[in-house]
Design a protein around this ligand. Structure first.
Ligand SMILES: [Zn+2]
Length: 214
């Protein structure tokens, strides 16, 4: 059971379908592993549905009516999170499998240090998303960011001086939050990280890398 969760505003935005792809993906990954947040998201979705039905009825154009009929007749309806078929024995969360496959061993990890990453092909103008694999006991260089940094721990755990996060936890770091995550000593750590804007290295030897990270 996760200890760290997204706040209600974020869950409401997710339930209303307002989140862009990288944010929607990290929320979907958290919800898959967190029955508590899933229940709240369903609750907010129901409230949104009730609000929709309480609005005054409007005349549907013939094109909109035909489009809706076609969608209802189509078998390509979007399955719910629970109905979605995926390899249940995989460590890769179901919403991620479309972008990263279903085996972490087969992900095309890159990186010149022991820390490996894989950029997911779903970035938008504000946010990018990548998988991070940090070997047991290894520290990510001290850094801060231009905007939000959201992390969903998928496997293992890490500490950053503010807390200790384990698989299932959803961690939000703000631009004022300079931190140095360190993977737990007993296991590698795999995370999904969604970042707003570039990362800024703050360690003395790593500042020169910043122009290359933008
Ligand atoms: Zn949760």
């Amino acid at each position: 059971m996760a200890t760290y969760h997204p706040d209600d505003d974020t869950l409401i935005s997710f339930a209303a379908g307002k989140l862009t792809n990288p944010l929607g993906l990290i929320l979907a990954c958290h919800l898959q592993s967190c029955p508590q947040c899933r229940q709240r998201a369903v609750h907010f979705e129901a409230i949104a549905g009730e609000l929709l039905f309480s609005l005054p009825a409007t005349q549907l154009s013939s094109e909109a009516w035909q489009s809706m009929q076609a969608k209802l007749a189509s078998k390509e309806t979007t399955p719910s999170l629970d109905q979605r078929k995926y390899r249940s024995h995989s460590l890769v969360p179901a919403p991620l499998q479309r972008f990263a496959g279903n085996q972490f061993e087969r992900v095309k990890w890159t990186g010149i240090t022991r820390i490996k990453s894989y950029t997911l092909p779903i970035a938008d103008k504000r946010f990018s998303a990548r998988l991070l694999k940090i070997p047991a006991g290894v520290a990510v260089p001290m850094h801060t960011h231009a905007g939000l940094e959201l992390t969903q721990v998928i496997y293992g755990g890490f500490s950053d001086g503010q807390g200790h996060y384990l698989a299932g936890d959803y961690v939000e770091a703000t631009p004022h939050h300079t931190h140095q995550p360190v993977a737990d000593k007993d296991s590698d750590c795999i995370c999904l990280a969604v970042q707003e804007g570039p990362i800024r290295m703050t360690g003395p030897l790593l500042k020169w890398l910043n122009p290359f990270l933008a």
